[in-house]
Design a protein around this ligand. Structure first.
Ligand code: AMP
Length: 710
């Protein structure tokens, strides 16, 4: 380094020169590190350069350069991580909680594949690592990017950080031209304890468990911090691939190992449900001694061609399941019972506990779910209770172990936030506040949900700002967000807001004026309409206007006969179409009807729609195949594959599979012994196909866009 003069001793002229030199030098090292992957100096030396730059700037704030490295970090801080769209979605896993669930899983797989009892079904059992999943993309043997799972379709770009992990090879020899390796970023238990000790000694934040520590360490905007953290990576899966890795899961893992990845252990190849369960119990006894936290065992169908046939349901593969371990328990005293009002107005009683450590995490609150649960448990303030924590799940109260002698608990008759009446539907256990948008708890929660990551994802509009803008009436409903630019001057100069941060916020808002329909629907926070259902709706109706018109019709149909509408003869066409969409049940349909039946919601929707460009969502497989976008109905017994597989296959090709025949049906596939549906198809003039004709059509339609996948 050319200059090593003490910062305090620099004159203004020298400082100006030194800042110019540092800006150039740091930019040079940034490029060597990030773009060329060939750093010339150690991280410590690099950090020293940055610290020197900052120290000089602190002494001479008027000399801060436009291209100062400190501003670049500032920019990176504000924009957070870039986004990466996964070529193949990153899935979640279905859960099994007991032996029956596991047996059922195996039966389901056998049935789907149409295996006879004598045919062997090999299952690979692997420990389920409690970390966070990441996807590493290699092209021609070079790591091109790394992303977190995010919402499964889009994750955060953590390339620079993942490169700092020793377990992550930067180049591969002998790998397929395109290879996405997926696996878990985790922290060993001993490393975690040591890290927490170091953090505590330095007066820095400590972590509740190894998973949080891993997530917090990976998601650092400054990769040099990540590098100092003891993160590791196990490879256990793959995404996009230019050629198959191997014929089986076990062999594919070996291939990953030979490419330089670490594998999670212990694993076992099991052939019967008994073998699977024996392995689960064996891992259970070893759990405490394993160097890393696990929260269960994952079972995967070993044959990859079978995995491909099994495909996925919603967000989880059909060929795998996670068998969870039982939760951890502890005893403590309930100090107070309070009631929270959620985003949808649901009142949830919460036990505020004398803090207690459960499996290494301090717990001070546990959910009591609802009034019925309180009565069932017979809990009161002052009682000693047993609680349990299971992974990510909110801790729960299991039972009363000692009566504290206090009076019985009385559930409130009014909303603790806005004072409106509370109501509960027949047969429902949850009380709800009737205040809707006037209830601060709901409106604020709805707004937070509206801007959240999976919804509008507006950066810079966090919980705190929403609450602040709500209190000052700047944002009272979603549409107000898009009017915020009218208040630009009022915003600048408020505490914590500068011209720059206001501009950034307003730009972030502008950027979201165009929004895909599925995100829009999800953002509305309608009860029972989660991300998956929102996606289904968007895909089925195609565009916003079509969806709105259909939902208005559903609400109208229901208005005529609010309770009677469930009788088959009274189901209207719009309602029938809605519930005909795969997995959209009556609960979701009724909830949509209720939403569109309330004037204040319709108003909110109209004013929003007027300000936005809501983009259409296309069916999953584009192209002009004979099947994409068509509505098909299966009837009778199929001979070549099970009904489940046929349905999954049709959906994978972009078809909508419906349970009933109407004028909108494009094809009815008629198996053996078909009954009324085949007859109805003929009456309505809907085209019918034999199973073989259907298979020909499906085979002709495949080919475009389908490739080997995990
Ligand atoms: P969940 O998030 O509970 O739905 O479980 C799915 C997650 O389990 C995946 O996204 C992975 O992050 C994680 N996981 C941990 N170990 C494994 C494993 N051996 N195979 C597959 N997934 C795993």
């Amino acid at each position: 380094m050319s200059s090593s003069k003490d910062v305090d001793a620099l004159s203004e002229v020298e400082a100006r020169k030194e800042l110019a030199r540092l800006a150039m030098e740091i930019a040079y090292h940034d490029a060597r590190y990030h773009k060329e992957d060939a750093p010339e100096i150690s991280d410590a030396d690099y950090d020293a350069l940055r610290r020197r730059n900052e120290a000089i700037e602190a002494r001479f704030p008027n000399l801060v350069r436009k291209d100062s490295p400190s501003l670049k970090v500032g920019a990176a801080l504000k924009s957070g991580f870039g986004k990466i769209r996964h070529v193949k979605p990153m899935l979640s896993l279905g859960n099994a909680f007991n032996d029956e669930d596991v047996a059922e899983f195996l039966t389901r797989v056998r049935r789907f594949l149409g295996l006879s009892d004598s045919e062997e079904l090999a299952i690979l059992a692997e420990p389920k690592i409690d970390g966070l999943s990441a996807s590493l993309r290699y092209e021609n043997g070079e790591l091109v990017y790394a992303a977190t799972r995010g919402d499964g379709s889009e994750g955060e770009d953590v390339t620079a950080n993942m490169r700092t992990l020793e377990d992550v090879p930067v180049t591969l020899t002998g790998a397929p031209a395109v290879l996405e390796v997926r696996g878990e970023v985790y922290m060993r238990k001993d490393d975690f304890f040591a890290l927490n000790e170091r953090q505590a000694a330095a007066g820095a934040k400590t972590f509740a468990n190894p998973r949080n520590a891993a997530a917090g360490s990976l998601r650092q905007l400054d990769p040099s911090i990540t590098k100092q953290r003891p993160l590791r990576f196990f490879g256990y899966a793959w995404g996009d691939l230019s050629e198959p890795l191997a014929p089986t899961q076990a062999e594919a893992r070996e291939r990953l190992r030979s490419l330089g990845f670490s594998l999670n252990h212990p694993t076992a190849l099991c052939r019967t449900v008994e073998e699977v369960l024996a392995h689960y119990r064996m891992i259970g006894t070893q759990r405490a001694e394993l160097p890393f936290d696990i929260d269960g065992v994952v079972y995967k169908v070993d044959r990859l061609d079978w995995q491909e046939r099994l495909g996925q349901v919603s967000r989880a593969p059909r060929w795998a399941i996670a068998h969870k371990f039982a939760a951890e328990k502890a005893e403590t005293v309930i100090e107070e019972i309070t009631v929270q009002v959620g985003r949808t107005g649901a009142l949830t009683p919460v036990a505020n506990l004398k803090p207690v450590t459960v499996g290494g995490v301090v717990v001070s609150r546990a959910t009591l779910h609802n009034q019925d649960e309180i009565e069932r448990l017979g809990v009161k303030e002052g009682d000693t209770v047993r609680i349990q924590r299971a992974g990510d799940v909110i801790p729960q109260v299991l039972e009363v172990v000692k009566d504290g002698g206090g009076p019985p608990y009385r559930f409130p008759a009014a909303c603790p936030v806005c004072g409106s009446d509370v109501e509960r539907d027949d047969g429902e256990v949850v009380w709800r506040c009737t205040g809707g948008l006037i209830c601060e708890a709901q409106a604020v929660e709805r707004l937070k949900h509206f801007v959240s990551r999976d919804a509008f994802d507006i950066e810079g509009l966090g919980t705190k700002s929403i609450e602040e803008f709500w209190t000052e009436s700047l944002i009272r409903q979603p549409a107000d967000i898009f009017r915020l630019s009218d208040h630009r001057d009022a915003l600048i100069g408020r505490e914590g807001w500068k011209e720059k941060s206001v501009t950034n916020l307003l730009n972030a808002i502008e950027a979201r004026r165009e929004i895909p329909l599925d995100r829009f629907i999800y953002a509305l926070g309608i009860r029972h309409i989660g991300q998956t259902t929102a996606k289904l709706l968007a895909r089925s109706y195609g565009g916003f206007e079509a969806w709105r018109t259909a939902m208005t019709a559903v609400a109208e149909e229901r208005k005529g006969n609010p309770d009677e509408h469930k009788k088959p003869e009274l189901i209207g066409p719009a309602y029938a179409e809605l519930t005909g969409i795969d997995t959209v049940g009556m609960t979701a349909a009724d909830s949509l009807a209720a939403f569109f039946g309330a004037a204040h919601n319709v108003d909110v929707l109209s004013s929003l729609a007027a300000m936005l460009t809501i983009t259409d969502v296309e069916a999953p497989v584009a192209g002009d195949s004979a099947i994409a976008g068509k509505t098909v109905v299966f009837t009778g017994t199929l001979e070549k594959m099970s009904r489940g597989e046929a349905k999954a296959r049709a959906e994978a090709l972009g078809a909508k599979v419906s349970g009933s025949v109407s004028k909108k049906t494009d094809f009815v596939i008629v198996g053996a012994d078909a009954g009324s549906k085949a007859k109805k198809a003929t009456e309505l003039g809907v085209k019918t196909l034999s199973e073989d004709e259907w298979l020909d059509l499906a085979n002709a339609s495949a080919g475009d866009g389908s490739e080997a996948s995990n």
